[in-house]
Each structure stands twice: as C-alpha cells, then as structure tokens.
Design a protein around this ligand. Structure first.
Ligand SMILES: Nc1nc2c(c(=O)[nH]1)N[C@H]1C(S)=C(S)[C@@H](COP(=O)(O)OP(=O)(O)OC[C@H]3O[C@@H](n4cnc5c(N)ncnc54)[C@H](O)[C@@H]3O)O[C@H]1N2
Ligand code: MOO
Length: 439
C-alpha cells in the first residue's frame, strides 16, 4: 500500500507509530469528504456564514454611473486655473438625473453620489467655494486638479467581471458586494448538521445541582458556540453517561440525520472510556492518537449502517476542555469547512520571537496558549498565558493565539522564533475585548 492510497480508515498496524502528526491527520480526515452539500437558493439577508455555490459574474457596473464623491460644484476641469467665476446652471442631487449638459463657464451644484452632468469632469468641494447670487467664486489658490472628486462608472466592480467564486464563505463584505449588484437571492450550499454530545458520568448540565465528584459540562458549550460561528446547523444532544449500550444507542440515533457527530470525553484509555468501542460497534475508527498536545486522544471514524453504507463522519474529541476546543480549531475545523463546500480556507500563521523559554517534547507539536503583541518596530513577540494544563480553559480566555512548538524542537529559548496561530483566524467566532492587555 502506498502513502497515497491511505485513507483515514486504514487500520494502523501494530508496531507502527500510532501518533499521527497534525498535518497528516488533517489530510487523512479531508480525504473522507466525498462531495459538497446540495444547493439551495436563499435570501441575501440570510446569507451570513453561508458558502456560495456558484461563481458570481457581475451583471452591472458598480457604481452604475459616473458620480460625485463630494458635496460641491461640478465643473469642466479645463476651466480650472483659468478663471475664478462660474454661473450656477442648476442643481443635481443623489438619485436625480441632470436635466441638461454643462454649458461653457457654468457649474452644477451637486451632492455626493449624484450623477455627473455631461461635460463636467471635476467636482470642487463646497468648503472652498463662495456663492454670490447665481455666481460661484472659487479662488485660484484653492482650485483642485482636473478630474478630482469624481467616481467613474464601474470603478468598484466592472460589468461581466468575476466578483466571487463558488466555495467562498460569505460575511459582511461579500454580502455587501452581492447587495451592490442588486441580487436579492443567491445559490448557497445547504448547511451541514453537526450533532454534539458530551460524555461522562461526572458531567452535569449547567443549572443542575452538582453531585459529589461532579463537574459542569463545558465542552458542549464551547463546541456548539464554535460550530454556530462556522454556520453549521447544530444538534445539541446533551450528556451521555459512561455506558456502552447507551452510547451505541445515542450515536445510532443521529447517524442518519447528522453529517458529522462530535463527542467529547471518554476517548482515552481509562476504564470508563467507551467511545471508541461504541463507534467500532457501529462503524470504524480510522485513527485515534495525534502527536500534538493538547489533543492527543482524538478518535476519527465513521458510523455505518445498511441504510447508509457511506455513513456519517465521527470525531471523538478529548474530554479536557482546552484539548477539545484546540482539536476543533486545528483538526475538525478544516473538515467542517470542507464539508460545507468552502474552498481555499487557510488559517493565518505568523512567526514571532518567544518572550520566554518554553518546554516541549521531541516528536510532538505542543500548542501553548499565548499573548501575541507587536513592539514599536513592529516585531511580533509572544509569551505564554502561564499554566498550560489541558483543563485550564482560562488560558484560552487570557490568550489571543496558540504558540506552536514543532515536533523537532525540544526546548524554545527566549528570543527563538516560534509559529503563532492567532485566534482571530483560527478560533471560530473569536472576538477580543483585551487584545493588548498587559503589553
Ligand atoms: N493513562 C492515560 N491517561 C490519560 C491519557 C493517556 O494517554 N493515558 N491521556 C490524557 C489526555 S492527553 C487527555 S486529553 C485526557 C482525555 O481523556 P478522555 O477523552 O477520555 O476524556 P475523559 O477522561 O472523559 O475526561 C478528561 C477530563 O476532562 C473532563 N471532561 C470531560 N468532559 C467534559 C466536559 N464536557 N466539560 C468539562 N470537562 C470535561 C473530565 O472530567 C476529565 O477531567 O485523558 C488523559 N488521561
Ligand atoms: O489532549 Mo490532552 O489534553 O493532550 O492533555
């Protein structure tokens, strides 16, 4: 078997290193995506975070007509530098059409966005003009150069040009561009359904009393919030106990309606970690250990049935709250975007100087939570948020990035270069209200 023929469902042979490097895991997961979702036509006003399903060629120029960029007076540029007095011929407001062409020695009063009269090619800002009766006075010293303050037809979007491509994610800017073309409805891919379960006898829903030894469910909330930010339709499936038959029933209950099933917890080697067994009973596990931290135990596979031999995809994320969120960002996010039909997404990475020594281990990529800042020369520097346990979710709140210490680095010294994954592009829906706190 060659590397190229490997799929994420190939059995990992005993003795082979079962800890997959991050990039290899993502590649294998992406190879399980078979086709984009079906297409539907929706109102533009509902298009936020949806994925465009066909290229958009512009049916018109934007702006549609040559127009003024300022409130002022439209004149012939060739007259500037030659005279200081003009006769006001008329007024054209935004939304109107000039009633006549500009006569020699005349000017039109004009507002921002109003179509330019025939014969006029320059607008002089109102602030530098004086009006005496019907006479407009523009002092020579304040006259602009010919052609100033005019927006040409099609200077933003040219009729016939390809504005957007199929596979483009739509947010405010793209939705605004489509609106500027007058498109009220657009073809997009149907949203994917993602079912989310938390697992563990100790896990309680917020609002319930905690029993001794209990903790509150964090992961369902971080995962559902991230998935909504990505534009998925979420199925909140609650909390499952550590009970194999119940896990099997619960997974079977969603495998026909979900595109992807996510669980958190119960995926490691503990006595009550039944998730991999439950998935194996219904389908296959492709791989389950990654050479990253946090996020080492992550089981990826497929739930199969006679009714659906292709089945539905499954990812069992680790239970520690930082590990489940970081694996969603790094491993599952590319899959989700691909399943949604999105093309060309690539999270931004930067190189920054380590502001302190950082420990890691050869053969494993560590992702510390960090605070990225820029010094007065624009040099990027990053420090960790302090304690880095996989259960310390405040480290993600205090940070604005992940710091990657590659598998070839056992130790990072202060001043060494490290790779940084800013939350602004990697953590779905992330908004900071304290980006530079402490710097
Ligand atoms: N002997 C070993 N022990 C552990 C290993 C290992 O390789 N060998 N891996 C460690 C790593 S790394 C991680 S990460 C965890 C992941 O284990 P599981 O996915 O089986 O998760 P659990 O054991 O169920 O839970 C781990 C931790 O997270 C808490 N948790 C679980 N679900 C939630 C939730 N929804 N919200 C908040 N917190 C949750 C749970 O109470 C545990 O404290 O295993 C290590 N152990
Ligand atoms: O995924 Mo675990 O969080 O590596 O500690």
């Amino acid at each position: 078997m060659t590397d190229q023929s490997l799929s994420c469902f190939d059995f990992i042979e005993p003795g082979a290193d079962p800890f997959l490097p991050l990039e290899e895991a993502v590649e294998r997961i992406l190879s399980s995506v078979q086709q984009p979702p079906r297409i539907e036509t929706i109102d533009l006003s509902s298009a936020h975070q949806r994925i465009l399903a066909s290229d958009v060629l512009s049916p018109m120029n934007v702006p549609p007509h040559r127009n003024s960029a300022m409130d002022g007076y439209a004149v012939k540029g060739g007259d500037l530098g030659q005279r200081e007095h003009w006769i006001v011929q008329g007024t054209v407001l935004a939304g109107q059409v000039p009633g006549s062409s500009l006569q020699p020695g005349h000017a039109f009063k004009i507002t921002t966005g109003a179509p330019m009269p025939e014969g006029a090619d320059t607008v002089v800002m109102k602030e530098v003009c004086q009006l005496k009766g019907e006479t407009l006075i523009i002092p020579l010293a304040k006259q602009p150069i010919s052609g100033s303050n005019v927006r040409q037809a099609g200077e933003d979007i040219q009729e016939g040009s390809r504005l957007l491509r199929a596979g483009q994610r739509l947010s405010s800017v793209q939705i605004g561009l489509l609106a500027s073309l007058g498109l009220a409805q657009i073809p997009v891919y149907k949203p994917i359904q993602v079912a989310v379960f938390s697992t563990g006898d100790e896990v309680h829903a917020p609002g319930q009393a905690l029993s001794p030894g209990g903790i509150y469910d964090t992961n369902r909330f971080t995962l559902l919030s991230s998935l909504r930010s990505l534009g998925c339709e979420v199925m909140d499936m609650g909390i499952l106990p550590d009970d194999l038959p119940l896990l099997i029933d619960a997974l079977a209950s969603v495998q026909h309606s979900a595109t992807l099933v996510l669980t958190s917890g119960g995926v490691s080697v503990g006595e009550a970690d039944y998730v991999k067994q439950a998935v194996s009973a219904l389908g296959q596990i492709g791989f389950w250990q990654l050479a990253i931290r946090p996020g080492r135990p992550l089981a990826f596979g497929r739930l199969l049935s006679e009714a659906s031999p292709v089945g539905c995809l499954f990812a069992g994320l680790p239970g520690n709250p930082v590990a489940s969120l970081v694996t969603l960002m790094l491993v599952i996010q590319p899959l989700i975007r691909n399943l949604q039909g999105e093309q060309g997404w690539q999270g931004l990475t930067l190189t920054a100087k380590a502001g302190e020594p950082m420990k890691s281990r050869l053969g494993r990529s560590d992702f510390h939570r960090g605070v990225l800042s820029f010094d007065s020369q624009g040099q990027a520097q990053v420090v960790t948020t302090g304690r880095q346990g996989s259960g310390i979710l405040t480290s993600m709140h205090q940070g604005n990035c992940l710091i990657r210490i590659h598998d070839t680095q056992a130790q990072v010294n202060q001043g060494d270069s490290v790779t940084v994954y800013p939350f602004s592009t990697w953590l779905p829906g992330w908004q900071s209200s304290h980006f530079t706190e402490g710097n």
